[in-house]
Design a protein around this ligand. Sequence first.
Ligand code: SF4
Ligand code: SF4
Length: 474
Amino acid sequence: MSEEREQQKWNRRDFIKMAGLGAAAVASLSVSGCETEKGDRTSLMPKPGQMSYRTNKKGEKVSLLGFGMMRLPTVDHKALQRGSTAAIDQELVNSLVAEALEYGVNYFDTSPRYAQGQSEKVLGIALKPFPRDKYFIATKLSNFTESDWSREGSIAMYEQSFKDLQVEMIDYMLLHGIGMGDDAMKVFNTRYMDNGILDFLLEQREKGRIRNLGFSYHGDIAVFDHALAMGVDWDFVQIQLNYIDWKHAKEVNTRNSNAEYLYGELWKRKIPAVIMEPLLGGRLANMNGNRKALRILKEADPEATPAAWALRYAGHHEGVLTVLSGMTFREHLRENIATYSPHRPLNPAELDMLETVAQVMVGFKTIPCNTCQYCMPCPYGLDIPTIFEHYNRCVSEENYVENIHDARYQAARRAFLVGYDRSVPKLRQADHCTACGRCVPHCPQRIDIPTEMEKIDRFVDALKQEKTLEEKKA
Ligand code: SF4
Ligand code: SF4
């Protein structure tokens, strides 16, 4: 079993340990691991045919669970981060996709940029054995870099998606990540308007090569509002929605917009919403180890995992067409299938409880990294998402203590430093950041990565010298 798979299994066990779940839940999770025989899991899984569906503008049924193909299982996770093109575990993806289809999942979301450019090809191979009318493929015009901004470059990327996915028609095509970048309106106009690409995509929809046209949104709200006001008949829009971002997106990241607003604008216009980041890059599955939040969830339902709560929240809203979840491991796929087979809407008390959990979570000042890896690889070798993941976990577990006179200082210091060296190899740690800034434009969460690296490095240095940050500055 690879190191990454092992790590994921431990994450689940960590939750069980921290939350003190009952024996039934422990048994259920352990037997739903990757190695389980089919005979065992039939007793745990719902029968196929119970998946909840929503309807799109054409009246077609879309599974509430959508399969996000941004993060894929790898045979060598570290090789993928280095930019290797041979690291995806195709066999496992084939098997996960087949199982998802068997249980009624029919929406698969990819991009030419996902999994270091391998996602579309891998998905195309995995879906090839199945009848074309059994699934919907969503992909994106991900012309992020200047070299792709020309009309020719963008059209070449679009045509390549058909080849890589091995299809004649794309069910859902998105303008990818509008609102990103410092001058987001200018970038939007350059990527899609000045080069005539939006008109081109509208023509392609007329011709039937694209069946539904939409966009995904991150960042500058002016671009979101502009896209909705420009008179295009959008078939769907993809937004980030979860029980933290509903009301607290701005508290987590001042550059983001509350999902309540985004969803409300779509609902008014009857535009179906496709949901990304229902688990906030996994933070609402492991809760960053936040014991208080875990306790509240456990008290509400000792058998439900945090991920199930978060998915139920995302699916709760009527205008949601499908909820995308990256399911790299079979236990995630099965758990998510079970959550939506069928979906159970939340009652008012449950909604209040999740709002309380959200408030607890935002009280801990973590970095809003969703581990999407868009910033990777760093030319100087930093493992950006893992550094942020470790930092966030320590903050949430109250192992981020600056005051050397605090009674917990020594234990927290040890936990931070030991955990840091264990999770991030020394040559990939924050002190190797040169502040070159190359990662910054790629981050959909608009994190000022070099500044955060500098802060983390300063903190680590202070811990090593057992000094307060102020003493270090002096
Ligand atoms: S700013 Fe730092 S983290 Fe970002 S690419 Fe440059 S060296 Fe890597
Ligand atoms: S820093 Fe930004 S781009 Fe990098 S993994 Fe985190 S959210 Fe993604």
